[in-house]
Write a protein that binds this ligand. Structure first.
Ligand SMILES: Nc1ncnc2c1ncn2[C@@H]1O[C@H](COP(=O)(O)OP(=O)(O)OP(=O)(O)O)[C@@H](O)[C@H]1O
Ligand SMILES: [Mg+2]
Length: 268
């Protein structure tokens, strides 16, 4: 049972179900991602994690249940998320191949650049000031993430961990209040995962406090950065709570830790 939603709820899923034909990918899943919290979703292969992520992004419509954002009904649409203060990184990387790193990051702020875009369309003078501010903010962010020197490179020339960081910078440039991360540690080595952990841990302290929904296989990362965890198995929530409690929950050990955890980066 979910209590009534309030303005401080952030993103909430209420009794969400998703069916793909006869297959039940999510069954009666409720969870909240309140402001300033890092909420992790874990579970064995095929548990429904990516489906849940896709529901939050609007790629998949629930067949049952509903979503709310700050207590109001919410029907996410992938291309309208930025305007609502929601940013995401997808499994893999997904950068624009024809743009430089800097241009990719600037593109992440498309809602703030919209006025400039409209101005260009109607032949009005563009706001060079806006463009300059945006580029400066993007350069700051790249520097903060330790990849400032790659600003003018194109993604294909860069190592995978750097591209993952560019994708994160592209999400953060919009100063989201909610960040949706799908397998951010996928394909990363131990050092990069440790740095990612530091970064994610710092997210709630950014700007006005960014909430994070983290879908991830990498147990150490999830355990070390999340305030709350939701464990899925066969589309159902089998446990939810702080990492300390989840770690010792026998249902979780059986369902998740006992199952084969795929090698890093094996997911698409
Ligand atoms: N578009 C789709 N059409 C049909 N079935 C799907 C679709 N997407 C996912 N499924 C099925 O729904 C179930 C949940 O899949 P999902 O990808 O959400 O799991 P997951 O927890 O992300 O798994 P993994 O750890 O392997 O990434 C699986 O049985 C999967 O085969
Ligand atoms: Mg998945």
């Amino acid at each position: 049972m979910s209590p009534p939603a309030t303005a401080a709820d952030g993103l909430a899923l209420h009794h969400v179900g998703v069916r793909f034909g006869g297959l039940v990918a999510l069954d009666d899943v409720s969870l909240r991602v309140p402001p300033g919290r890092v909420v992790g979703v874990i579970g064995p292969n095929g548990a429904g994690k990516t489906t849940l992520f896709n529901v939050a992004c609007g790629f998949v419509r629930p067949t049952e249940g509903s979503l709310t954002l700050d207590g109001r009904p919410f029907r996410p649409r992938p291309h309208a998320l930025t305007r609502l203060g929601i940013a995401r990184t997808l499994q893999g990387v997904g950068l624009f191949a024809g743009l430089t790193v800097l241009e990719n990051v600037v593109a992440g702020a498309s809602h703030t650049a919209r006025a400039g875009f409209a101005a260009a369309l109607f032949g009005l003078p563009r706001s060079d000031n806006d463009e300059r501010r945006l580029r400066a903010a993007a350069l700051d962010l790249l520097a903060e993430l330790g990849i400032g020197k790659y600003a003018d490179a194109v993604p294909a020339t860069l190592p995978y961990p750097v591209r993952k960081r560019v994708a994160l910078a592209r999400a953060l440039i919009a100063r989201p209040r909610l960040l949706l991360l799908d397998e951010p540690a996928g394909g990363l080595g131990a050092d990069d995962v440790a740095e990612l952990a530091d970064l994610v841990r710092a997210l709630p302290g950014r700007d006005d406090g960014c909430a994070v929904l983290l879908v991830e296989h990498h147990m150490d990362l999830v355990m070390s950065v999340c305030h709350d965890l939701v464990v899925l198995d066969f589309g159902k929530v089998i446990a939810a709570g702080p990492p300390e409690r989840i770690r010792d929950d026998p249902r979780v050990t059986e369902a998740y830790l006992g199952a084969d955890v795929p090698a890093e980066g094996s997911a698409s």
